[in-house]
Design a protein around this ligand. Sequence first.
Ligand code: GLA
Length: 424
Amino acid sequence: MKKITIFKKKSNQSILIIILCVLVCFFFFQNRPNTNSQIDYSTDYTDYTSMAKLLNRYNIKFGTVINAQSMNQKNYKQLVKYHFNSLTAANEMKAYSMLSQSESQKSKDGMPVMNYTTADRIMQFAADNNIGVRGHVLVWDAYMSDWFFREGYQSNNAYVDRETMLKRVEYYITEVITHFETSFPGVIYCWDVVNEAVGDNSEEYNLLDVRHLRTLRSGTKNLFYEVIGDDYVELSFLYARNAVTKLGVDVKLFYNDYNTFQEEKCSAICELIKSVNTYQKEANGRYLKLCDGVGMQGYIGGYGEQEGCLESADIYRIQKAVGAYGALNVEVHITESAVRNYDKTEVSIKKHAKFYENLFDALIKNNQKNNGPITSISIWGLCDNESYAKGSYNYNLNSPYGGLFTQDYKVKEAFAKVNKLLSR
Ligand code: GLA
């Protein structure tokens, strides 16, 4: 009898253990992160109201980036036409893309010569589809052609003096603004006059300069600073202002940078804007407003890794910075936004969607409360891109799963949430 009881007890325990195992397995598989290949991306972007229309109700343009390659991608252009009313050329309107060294060397008056062929193709697409363009960018030390700063535009000659350089820069800025205004009147609604002139750490600027004007970039000299001097930003804005005034066009002039929502950098940028806007006194004794706005590039999250991504503290910091720039009586554009996400799990895709929704919610509410400093939002990391090689520049900068759309232009939850939020 005793034996039988023991056996019965043992068998009850075994059944209990089996049930427990089944339950544990059930919960494990239920909560296991899925890969996004199992997520349903069946909706099409045309099922949603155009984002440009929705944001127009808040007087905000919705933009993205285009480059020479995407000009050949029919699907990308369709998406752009449907949801966007602002475009930024990735590289095609930068000085290093448009300046021609061989033609400049032959120039009779010593002024540089530009080739607008590729930039004009992008402008034509925008003009044909009634899309505005953020001119990007007139003066940027990165990727800049070194020969532009040298005697006779020869790669091995000495650097020119300040006066010669100022003439070149003034000519370049005036010519470029005038070319696009004449060939495509009214298409460009703003120019990034200067990009990334504020340094990130104390090795990159003069410690006595409250503007933290960049003297170095990753060890390389900022040639605008080096050859012209520490007023090159103010002067570039003055030349651009003179050009748009002379043409009588409504083109806003912007200062554009990254990390604009980091406290220290934000303060330095504010100092720079103040300096630019108190640089030139008019006959009536008032300062001429040279800079109309700050472009906040908007790469958000950890660089190259998930740690530091999708943190709500960043939304708070962005709002705070928008407030600081708005208080200087300038507009704000979010110019190159990428909400970074490096993980392909369902959990992080959902977190990314929620982050995007919260970001837009905060930006819109804040904007309504503060008389709308934000007038344009552009997304740089628009589509996921699984082909970025881990650790590559694009992988780190844009992240593979930070898009509003999949790489074949299907709607992600992030887009659906933002669109729904704006449709209310
Ligand atoms: C900066 C520039 C952009 C682009 C990115 C890199 O943010 O402003 O034009 O070159 O770097 O993709």
